[in-house]
Ligand binder design. Structure first.
Ligand SMILES: Cc1cc2nc3c(=O)[nH]c(=O)nc-3n(C[C@H](O)[C@H](O)[C@H](O)COP(=O)(O)OP(=O)(O)OC[C@H]3O[C@@H](n4cnc5c(N)ncnc54)[C@H](O)[C@@H]3O)c2cc1C
Length: 397
């Protein structure tokens, strides 16, 4: 039995079946348009042991059936379990259900670089505590004069003032939006970003990133050229019962902060009667030091108020050690919790979001590969299936 990870109700959605064959696990496939006669009109639930899953799915595909969901576990009480087809090769469980994300209404490119929106800076403050490494600021812009609106998970472009080395206007840089569609004041008409100043050494000189420095230094009242919004990769599913696993490093927390506000911030919940989140949200966050944790007070508040729905795991690389005695990175946390993460992924309602520096991807991939192998799954096959089902969301830069 998989242990419940968010309180006892987790078992309702993700549970293992009783072993009937050597593999032990059972999978329930919910299918439409499959079978003969009246069967084809009804939604059917077919439970098979793991070794028979692939053959069942092939048969469904051959007969034109549509798989609505696959989940690990027993059939819910009161649901008939049908006999599987006799043949039985082993396979990777396919999360075939397309998530109910409506992309059609998502605004994109309302403002283009040639005719950007001019936003006014409302606030700019440091998100870091004393002793932190680097500089990360939360910056809010007034959008009330125009038509720039967005949803959680999108980005906007910023065109910094000034010119590049060739005397041309600077090109835009993208930033993930850290606020919900209602803005930090929940009244609409604003957008917030979480920006880390890029700094690196070259030939003994400190180089400051053009746009990130422009933003971190900007004063309230300043006017800024804004484009967008863009992006449909990181949209949050509208399903209030979805499970959302969030893997973030550094400013990769920006879209996650927007999701978590939408899920748990009281004023946000009051604004969204159609979205009263009841699923499981699990944030796995990587930073170098404790003072670099971002939006920590808010997350602690959500933990206190929604212990059944919110889980928060930190990887603090310069303070914590992984089991081999090295620095604790986010991928070490993924490895540590691999069993629970994969149990959640087996639930078709689970989405995984990854955001942060591009360098985090290989480590996560390695951890997922090892975790999958431990469950007799092949990550290089499973990941594209999750992606196709709109359940694996990556934005790294
Ligand atoms: C979809 C998306 C979302 C993003 N969201 C965010 C966000 O939420 N927050 C955030 O802070 N950033 C975010 N970024 C990154 C952001 O767009 C900029 O790339 C970043 O702020 C740096 O821009 P800059 O103008 O300051 O740096 P630039 O002046 O453009 O300098 C960047 C260049 O410096 C060079 N460089 C960088 N590091 C080194 C090094 N160590 N050694 C040598 N050369 C180096 C590289 O050539 C690099 O292209 C996002 C990017 C994308 C694509």
């Amino acid at each position: 039995m998989i242990s419940p990870i968010f309180g006892s109700d987790a078992r309702m959605r993700v549970s293992t079946g009783k072993a009937t064959q050597s593999d032990g696990r059972m999978f329930t496939v919910v299918v439409e348009g499959f079978g003969v006669g009246l069967q084809r009109r009804a939604e059917r639930r077919i439970t098979v042991p793991f070794p028979q899953l692939q053959r069942l799915m092939q048969t469904i595909a051959q007969q034109g059936g549509r798989i609505r969901a696959i989940s690990a576990g027993e059939v819910p009480e009161g649901t008939a379990t049908e006999a599987p087809s006799p043949e039985a090769p082993a396979a990777t469980p396919t999360p075939a259900r397309k998530a109910p994300v409506s992309h059609a209404d998502v605004p994109v490119n309302l403002y283009k670089p040639k005719d950007p929106f001019i936003g006014t800076v409302l606030g700019n403050y440091s998100l870091l505590a004393e002793g932190a490494i680097g500089r990360v600021n939360h910056i809010t812009f007034d959008l009330s004069e125009g038509n720039l609106h967005y949803v959680e998970g999108q980005s906007i472009g910023i065109i910094p003032d000034g010119e590049d080395a060739n005397g041309k206007p600077h090109k835009l840089r993208l930033y993930s939006i850290a606020s919900t569609r209602h803005g930090d004041n929940c009244e609409g008409g604003t957008v917030s970003l979480c920006v880390r100043q890029l700094q690196y050494e070259k030939d003994g000189t400190t180089i400051n990133g053009v746009c990130s420095t422009f933003l971190c230094d900007i004063e309230p009242g300043a006017k800024v050229k804004i484009t967008g919004p863009v992006g449909k990769e990181m949209l949050l599913p509208p399903d209030e019962d979805a499970n959302v696993i969030m893997l973030a490093t550094g400013t990769g927390i920006a879209p996650m902060r927007a999701y978590l506000r939408r899920m748990f911030e009281p004023a946000e919940r009051a604004k969204n009667p159609e979205y009263q989140f009841r699923g499981k949200a699990w944030l796995i966050m990587g930073v170098p030091k404790t003072p670099n944790l971002l939006y920590e007070d808010d997350f602690q508040r959500y933990l206190a108020e929604y212990p059944e729905n919110f889980r928060y795991t930190k990887a603090i690389s310069r303070e914590q050690q992984n089991p081999s005695g090295g620095r604790m990175y986010i991928q070490d946390r993924v490895t540590e919790h691999a069993d629970e993460i994969f149990s959640l992924i087996e639930d078709p309602k689970t989405h995984v979001y990854m955001c942060g520096l591009r360098g985090m991807e290989p480590g996560i991939d390695e951890a997922m590969t090892a975790a999958a192998a431990a469950k007799n799954l092949n990550w290089s096959e499973l990941r594209p299936q999750l992606k196709k089902a709109d359940r694996w969301h990556v934005e790294t830069y």
